[in-house]
Ligand binder design. Structure first.
Ligand code: BJW
Length: 247
C-alpha cells in the first residue's frame, strides 16, 4: 500500500512523533471496543455503562460488566500493534504514545513515555471519595471476591479508577498529552475520534504543524481532516511500517 510508504517516509528521521491509541488497537488482542458491534454487552451499550449515573443506579451491574472485561483483558496479550509502538518509544526519546485504553496492554508491551488518559481497569478508588490514602489502589484479582468491592479506608463502595463520561481527566495527564501534540507526525490509531478531550489532540497537533495520519479500517470524524488515512487494522499496518523503518 503506497500510503504505508508515505507514512513511513514521514516517520523516518522524525524526532517528535505522537501516536494516540483507542480501543481498536486492542481489538486483535480480544478486547471488545466500545462502539463497534462487539461494544454490546448483554442488551447494554458499553457507553451507557461507563458513566457515574450508571454506577449510582446499579453498582453491581456496572461491576459485573467491568468483571467481564477484566476477565477478557487478563486472558489477552499485547498484539503486534502494541509491540511496534513500544519498540518505537524505546528507540526514540521524542516518540510518545497517548492512550485512551484502560487495559494496560501498552504497559505490558513495555511502552516508554506512555500517557494514559482514562486510567487503568486494574485500579480501584473510593466511590464516595473518602480521602483515605492511597487514593487509588491496584487489584488484579480475577474474579474479584465481592460483587461490589469495598473501599479499604471507609468500607463504602469502591469503583473502577477510570474516567467516565462527564468526569474530569487528571490535569497532569491532559497537560502531558497536550505537550505531546508539539510533534512532527501525529497518528491516531484505532479510535473513533469522538470522545474529548482525546479527540481534540489531533486537531491541536495539526494546528501546530504536525503531519497527521489515521489508522482505522473505518472512517471517523477525523478522516476528512487528516493528511493521510490507512484503512486497515493497526496490528497489520504498524508492523508493515516498522519493516520499512528498519530496512
Ligand atoms: C480498529 C481495529 C483495528 C476496530 N485496528 N482500528 C467537547 C465536545 C463535545 C463533548 C465533550 C467535549 N468535551 C467533553 C465532552 C463530553 C465527553 C465527550 O467527549 N463526549 C462525546 C461522546 C461527545 N467527554 C467527557 O465526558 C470526558 N470528560 C471531560 O471532558 O470532562 C470535562 C467536561 C465534561 C463534560 C462536558 C464538558 C467538559 C471524559 C471522557 C471519558 C471517556 N471514558 C470512556 C470509558 C473509560 C473507562 C472504561 O474503559 O471503562 O473511555 S468511554 C470510551 O470511549 C472509553 C474510550 O477510551 C473512549 C474512546 O473510545 P475509542 O477508544 O475511540 O473506542 P471506540 O469503540 O469508540 O472506537 C474503536 C475504533 O477502532 C473504531 O473506529 C473502529 O473502527 C476501530 N477499530 N478494530 C484499528 N484492528
Amino acid at each position: 500500500m503506497e500510503q504505508i510508504g508515505r507514512l513511513a517516509a514521514r516517520l523516518r528521521g522524525a524526532s517528535r512523533v505522537t501516536v494516540l491509541t483507542g480501543a481498536g488497537v486492542s481489538a486483535a488482542s480480544g478486547v471488545p471496543t466500545f462502539r463497534g458491534a462487539d461494544g454490546l454487552w448483554r442488551q447494554y451499550r458499553a457507553t451507557d455503562l461507563a458513566t457515574p449515573d450508571a454506577f449510582a443506579r446499579d453498582p453491581a451491574l456496572v461491576w459485573e460488566w467491568y468483571g467481564w472485561r477484566r476477565e477478557k483483558i487478563a486472558a489477552s496479550r499485547p498484539n503486534p500493534a502494541h509491540d511496534v509502538l513500544a519498540a518505537w518509544t524505546r528507540r526514540a526519546p521524542g516518540w510518545h504514545v497517548v492512550t485512551q485504553n484502560v487495559d494496560d496492554l501498552h504497559v505490558r508491551a513495555e511502552t516508554d513515555r506512555l500517557i494514559r488518559l482514562h486510567g487503568s481497569i486494574w485500579e480501584l478508588s473510593c466511590w464516595a471519595g473518602c480521602g483515605g490514602r492511597p487514593k487509588r489502589w491496584r487489584d488484579e484479582r480475577v474474579p474479584l471476591p465481592e460483587a461490589v468491592p469495598r473501599c479499604p479506608h471507609c468500607c463504602g463502595l469502591a469503583r473502577p479508577a477510570v474516567v467516565w463520561f462527564g468526569e474530569s481527566l487528571d490535569p497532569a495527564d491532559v497537560a502531558a498529552a497536550e505537550r505531546a501534540t508539539a510533534c512532527e507526525v501525529f497518528v491516531a490509531a484505532g479510535t473513533s475520534a469522538i470522545v474529548h478531550p482525546a479527540a481534540g489532540l489531533l486537531e491541536a497537533a495539526r494546528s501546530r504543524g504536525a503531519f497527521t495520519a489515521e489508522v482505522n479500517p473505518e472512517a471517523t470524524p477525523a478522516s476528512s481532516s487528516v493528511d493521510l488515512t490507512l484503512r486497515a487494522p493497526a496490528e497489520q499496518v504498524l508492523p508493515e511500517i516498522e519493516l520499512r523503518l528498519i530496512s
